[in-house]
Write a protein that binds this ligand. Sequence first.
Ligand SMILES: Nc1ncnc2c1ncn2[C@@H]1O[C@H](COP(=O)(O)OP(=O)(O)OP(=O)(O)O)[C@@H](O)[C@H]1O
Ligand SMILES: [Mg+2]
Length: 277
Amino acid sequence: MIMESSPGGRAPAVDVGGVSRVFTGRKGASVTALDDVSLTVAPGEFVSLIGPSGCGKSTLLRLIADLDTPTAGSIRVFGKPARQARIDQDYGIAFQQAGLLPWRTVAGNIELPLELHGAGKAARRARAAELIELVGLSDFADNYPDQLSGGMQQRVAIARALAESPSLLLMDEPFGALDEMTRERMQNELVRICGETSAAVVFVTHSIPEAVFLSDRVVVMSPRPGRIRDVLGVGLGDTAERGENLREDEAFFHAVSQVRELLHGEAPTGARGVETR
Ligand SMILES: Nc1ncnc2c1ncn2[C@@H]1O[C@H](COP(=O)(O)OP(=O)(O)OP(=O)(O)O)[C@@H](O)[C@H]1O
Ligand SMILES: [Mg+2]
């Protein structure tokens, strides 16, 4: 699925144009983390970034989130400069570590962004209850983070990222620390949540099956300087409709081996659906 211009004339969720990021170290040595990266993510689209360690995936995500600024190029989120999108709370963030406040309950953690932005108590309560239900933690609303498993903590972090109904989720290896079964369950839940909220997602992962299962497109990056090597349209149908059975599907295995070949720098077999940049 090629999405250069978004349907209905809406601005893309993310528009990265010719972005480079050079880190200058002490003694003047510099690292080019990203070199001339361009990427467009449509509203509601799920895009994964995959590539070797140090290729600039987290850097790209941080730039989109306005936690860092590019050395060159432009970043727009829903047509606005990244800074404005941050101010407008257009996106939610979930990173590898859940990053919960240990002295707050599950509900308290989820309510935090709402509280920071001045939502009233009743509205906060109601929204948190809704989200707790969504991530399947209804029996744990009053528990503290250290009373939860890693997967449950991660679900709290995702609920918190969703608190303000963002149209965009930025996720950096959110399931990296989870065991394989919990991870697959979280992937199923994320697919369902995205279906329900229609949020666009930029998702960083090291897992090829995870990228394929979740994504409309998989962006394969090359080692330093980080560049986009290829973009694979996964073509497994609507992500929200994807279920457990897909993991056993021939088309799924095919897409997995295509991504693997792209990562290893080979031309993919049966390269349908591949946009090369
Ligand atoms: N704040 C920083 N200062 C200096 N160099 C940095 C900084 N942040 C990242 N880098 C460098 O930029 C490059 C890309 O780092 P980045 O964290 O984006 O990689 P990554 O693709 O997320 O890797 P991983 O898969 O290991 O998380 C690396 O060489 C890293 O050393
Ligand atoms: Mg990283």
